[in-house]
Design a protein around this ligand. Sequence first.
Ligand code: HH2
Length: 280
Amino acid sequence: MSMTLDEILVSHRGAGPAVMGILNVTPDSFSDGGRFFSPAEAIAQARRMVEEGAAVIDAGAESTRPGSARVPAGEQIERLRPILPELVGLGAIISIDTTRAAVAEFALDAGAAIVNDVSAGRDDPELLPLVARRGAAVVLMHMLGEPATMQQNPVYQDVVAEVRDFLAERLAAAQRAGVPRERCIVDPGIGFGKRLEHNLEILAGIGRLAELGRPVLVGPSRKRFLGELTGVQDPAGRLAGTLAACLEAWRGGATIFRVHDVGPVVQALAVAKAIRDSRQ
Ligand code: HH2
């Protein structure tokens, strides 16, 4: 499923779906921490994901799982240094999962085209101006609080409305920093300061987020809420739940899917899209 960045940025108008393969170059990510920490393993995993149909590879060197510790920008860069040039040669679009402008700049210099910022520009005031200067695309994600504390007691009156209003405000902030709306992707941040019922309401309410007029990215892959619903403790065993979450989000209007298991998600979305396209 090879797609250009311009196609991904209009995926909500019919060019989608696009699958973004997760490449965690971390020792501590919640489902695959340590597995792809060596450069050779990371590159092999990225190649596999591209072969399976990933349009984007999202490389991250800092875990954002609940309670995770921060990784200094310099260390994130050292983890990425041996990998990024190789990733760029694989033919997929490269996204950098970081909240730090220094890390984003390093990745953009190496050929990345998307900055995936789970803080939506709030962590580092230099990040959105950097994205603007470089003409990059940016993922603006909703998170209540920060990873260290976000799951302690998340409370919402209307989670979908609050997430939509937050994303509208961050789209405006990106524009003020010089990033055109057309370069922005929005993400409700499944699992980031949300209980089970919040994640479900968001996945059921994607249509209201799509009203923002930007492509909606979702990242339900292997997350804890799937275990809470099904009793499956091992994150790697949550593929079927991940597929269901992606398909429901697609039905609601999401068009970009950040997942670990690229091949099965590409296949499921291809079938769902074919069924939709066959409607009279
Ligand atoms: N989820 C994670 C990390 N980055 N970025 C976006 N835009 N949306 C998400 O839902 C999202 C994200 C957490 O998942 P993972 O990368 O597997 O784990 P970790 O943060 O522990 O590395």
